[in-house]
Design a protein around this ligand. Structure first.
Ligand code: FEO
Length: 183
Protein backbone atom coordinates (compact mmCIF):
# COMPACT_ATOMS: atom_id res chain seq x y z
CA UNK A 1 0.00 0.00 0.00
CA UNK A 2 1.45 3.34 -1.04
CA UNK A 3 1.64 6.27 1.35
CA UNK A 4 -0.07 9.43 0.13
CA UNK A 5 3.29 11.19 -0.18
CA UNK A 6 4.69 8.34 -2.30
CA UNK A 7 1.52 8.34 -4.44
CA UNK A 8 1.89 12.10 -4.97
CA UNK A 9 5.55 11.73 -5.92
CA UNK A 10 4.85 8.90 -8.39
CA UNK A 11 2.01 10.94 -9.91
CA UNK A 12 4.45 13.81 -10.47
CA UNK A 13 6.73 11.35 -12.27
CA UNK A 14 3.80 10.22 -14.45
CA UNK A 15 3.53 13.86 -15.48
CA UNK A 16 7.27 14.09 -16.23
CA UNK A 17 7.14 10.99 -18.42
CA UNK A 18 4.17 12.37 -20.36
CA UNK A 19 6.00 15.68 -20.79
CA UNK A 20 9.05 13.73 -22.03
CA UNK A 21 6.86 11.93 -24.56
CA UNK A 22 5.38 15.21 -25.82
CA UNK A 23 8.80 16.86 -25.91
CA UNK A 24 10.28 14.11 -28.09
CA UNK A 25 7.21 14.02 -30.31
CA UNK A 26 7.50 17.78 -30.83
CA UNK A 27 11.21 17.40 -31.60
CA UNK A 28 10.32 14.62 -34.05
CA UNK A 29 7.89 16.97 -35.74
CA UNK A 30 10.57 19.71 -36.00
CA UNK A 31 13.02 17.21 -37.52
CA UNK A 32 10.42 16.03 -40.06
CA UNK A 33 9.76 19.69 -40.95
CA UNK A 34 13.49 20.13 -41.60
CA UNK A 35 13.67 16.97 -43.76
CA UNK A 36 15.60 15.02 -41.12
CA UNK A 37 13.62 11.80 -41.50
CA UNK A 38 16.04 9.53 -39.62
CA UNK A 39 16.06 11.82 -36.56
CA UNK A 40 12.27 12.26 -36.81
CA UNK A 41 11.66 8.49 -36.74
CA UNK A 42 14.14 7.98 -33.91
CA UNK A 43 12.51 10.68 -31.76
CA UNK A 44 9.00 9.47 -32.59
CA UNK A 45 9.94 6.00 -31.37
CA UNK A 46 11.48 7.50 -28.26
CA UNK A 47 8.26 9.44 -27.60
CA UNK A 48 6.46 6.04 -27.63
CA UNK A 49 8.98 4.68 -25.10
CA UNK A 50 8.32 7.61 -22.77
CA UNK A 51 4.61 6.90 -22.95
CA UNK A 52 5.37 3.30 -21.99
CA UNK A 53 7.38 4.61 -18.98
CA UNK A 54 4.31 6.62 -17.98
CA UNK A 55 1.97 3.63 -18.37
CA UNK A 56 4.25 1.43 -16.27
CA UNK A 57 4.11 3.98 -13.44
CA UNK A 58 0.36 4.39 -13.81
CA UNK A 59 -0.18 0.62 -13.56
CA UNK A 60 2.07 0.42 -10.48
CA UNK A 61 0.21 3.20 -8.64
CA UNK A 62 -3.13 1.57 -9.42
CA UNK A 63 -1.89 -1.90 -8.40
CA UNK A 64 -0.72 -0.61 -5.04
CA UNK A 65 -3.92 1.02 -3.89
CA UNK A 66 -3.21 4.56 -5.10
CA UNK A 67 -5.10 6.69 -7.57
CA UNK A 68 -2.94 7.47 -10.60
CA UNK A 69 -3.63 11.01 -11.73
CA UNK A 70 -2.84 12.63 -15.07
CA UNK A 71 -2.14 16.28 -14.31
CA UNK A 72 -1.74 19.26 -16.59
CA UNK A 73 1.22 18.93 -18.93
CA UNK A 74 3.22 21.98 -20.05
CA UNK A 75 3.59 22.53 -23.80
CA UNK A 76 7.08 21.61 -25.04
CA UNK A 77 9.25 24.10 -26.96
CA UNK A 78 8.55 24.14 -30.69
CA UNK A 79 11.64 25.81 -32.15
CA UNK A 80 15.20 24.55 -32.10
CA UNK A 81 18.40 26.12 -33.41
CA UNK A 82 19.80 22.98 -35.02
CA UNK A 83 19.88 19.18 -34.80
CA UNK A 84 22.74 19.57 -32.31
CA UNK A 85 20.50 21.82 -30.19
CA UNK A 86 17.76 19.13 -30.30
CA UNK A 87 20.05 16.39 -29.01
CA UNK A 88 21.74 18.62 -26.43
CA UNK A 89 18.27 19.31 -25.08
CA UNK A 90 17.35 15.59 -25.05
CA UNK A 91 20.54 14.81 -23.12
CA UNK A 92 19.94 17.56 -20.55
CA UNK A 93 16.31 16.49 -20.25
CA UNK A 94 17.33 12.89 -19.51
CA UNK A 95 19.76 14.15 -16.84
CA UNK A 96 16.87 16.02 -15.25
CA UNK A 97 14.67 12.88 -15.35
CA UNK A 98 17.49 10.88 -13.76
CA UNK A 99 17.58 13.42 -10.91
CA UNK A 100 13.79 12.99 -10.48
CA UNK A 101 14.12 9.19 -10.38
CA UNK A 102 16.93 9.49 -7.83
CA UNK A 103 14.68 11.66 -5.64
CA UNK A 104 11.95 8.98 -5.84
CA UNK A 105 14.45 6.28 -4.90
CA UNK A 106 15.56 8.38 -1.93
CA UNK A 107 11.97 8.90 -0.82
CA UNK A 108 11.09 5.19 -1.14
CA UNK A 109 14.19 4.32 0.87
CA UNK A 110 13.43 6.92 3.56
CA UNK A 111 9.83 5.67 3.86
CA UNK A 112 11.06 2.05 3.98
CA UNK A 113 8.78 1.36 1.00
CA UNK A 114 10.80 -1.58 -0.32
CA UNK A 115 8.30 -2.61 -3.00
CA UNK A 116 8.51 0.83 -4.60
CA UNK A 117 12.28 0.85 -4.15
CA UNK A 118 12.41 -2.44 -6.07
CA UNK A 119 9.99 -1.18 -8.74
CA UNK A 120 12.13 1.93 -9.30
CA UNK A 121 15.26 -0.10 -10.04
CA UNK A 122 13.98 -0.59 -13.61
CA UNK A 123 13.90 3.21 -14.04
CA UNK A 124 17.39 3.60 -12.57
CA UNK A 125 18.77 1.17 -15.18
CA UNK A 126 16.67 2.74 -17.95
CA UNK A 127 17.97 6.23 -17.16
CA UNK A 128 21.53 4.98 -17.33
CA UNK A 129 20.81 3.58 -20.82
CA UNK A 130 19.03 6.71 -21.99
CA UNK A 131 21.76 9.11 -20.88
CA UNK A 132 24.30 6.85 -22.59
CA UNK A 133 22.19 6.75 -25.78
CA UNK A 134 21.78 10.52 -26.10
CA UNK A 135 25.40 11.18 -25.15
CA UNK A 136 26.51 8.78 -27.90
CA UNK A 137 24.38 10.71 -30.44
CA UNK A 138 25.97 13.98 -29.30
CA UNK A 139 29.42 12.41 -29.66
CA UNK A 140 28.55 11.36 -33.22
CA UNK A 141 27.34 14.86 -34.08
CA UNK A 142 30.62 16.25 -32.70
CA UNK A 143 32.65 13.73 -34.70
CA UNK A 144 30.81 14.08 -38.03
CA UNK A 145 30.25 17.84 -37.81
CA UNK A 146 27.27 19.73 -39.19
CA UNK A 147 28.98 21.41 -42.15
CA UNK A 148 28.24 20.42 -45.75
CA UNK A 149 26.99 16.84 -45.99
CA UNK A 150 27.48 16.36 -42.24
CA UNK A 151 23.76 16.80 -41.50
CA UNK A 152 22.91 14.11 -44.07
CA UNK A 153 25.29 11.61 -42.43
CA UNK A 154 24.09 12.47 -38.91
CA UNK A 155 20.48 11.89 -39.96
CA UNK A 156 21.42 8.56 -41.54
CA UNK A 157 23.40 7.47 -38.45
CA UNK A 158 20.55 8.33 -36.06
CA UNK A 159 18.05 6.52 -38.31
CA UNK A 160 20.31 3.44 -38.30
CA UNK A 161 20.51 3.57 -34.49
CA UNK A 162 16.73 3.14 -34.44
CA UNK A 163 16.93 0.10 -36.75
CA UNK A 164 19.66 -1.40 -34.56
CA UNK A 165 17.65 -0.72 -31.39
CA UNK A 166 14.55 -2.34 -32.93
CA UNK A 167 16.55 -5.43 -33.93
CA UNK A 168 18.07 -5.72 -30.43
CA UNK A 169 14.66 -5.40 -28.81
CA UNK A 170 13.17 -8.03 -31.17
CA UNK A 171 16.08 -10.38 -30.39
CA UNK A 172 15.55 -9.82 -26.64
CA UNK A 173 11.80 -10.56 -26.91
CA UNK A 174 12.52 -13.70 -28.94
CA UNK A 175 15.09 -14.84 -26.36
CA UNK A 176 12.65 -14.15 -23.50
CA UNK A 177 9.89 -16.10 -25.27
CA UNK A 178 12.38 -18.91 -25.86
CA UNK A 179 13.23 -18.94 -22.14
CA UNK A 180 9.54 -19.22 -21.29
CA UNK A 181 9.15 -22.06 -23.79
CA UNK A 182 12.01 -24.10 -22.36
CA UNK A 183 11.25 -23.44 -18.66
FE1 FEO B 1 11.37 8.09 -19.20
FE2 FEO B 1 13.68 9.10 -20.96
O1 FEO B 1 12.87 9.04 -19.29
Amino acid sequence: MLSQSMTDALNKQINWEMYSSNLYLQMSSWCAFKGLDGCAEFLNEHANEERMHMQKLLAYVNETGGLAILGQIDAPPTQFESVKDVFEKTFHHEQLVTAKINELVHQASTEKDYATLQFLQWYVAEQHQEEFLFKSILDKIEMIGTQGQGIFFIDREVGQMLTQKTQESTAMTTAQNGDVGTA
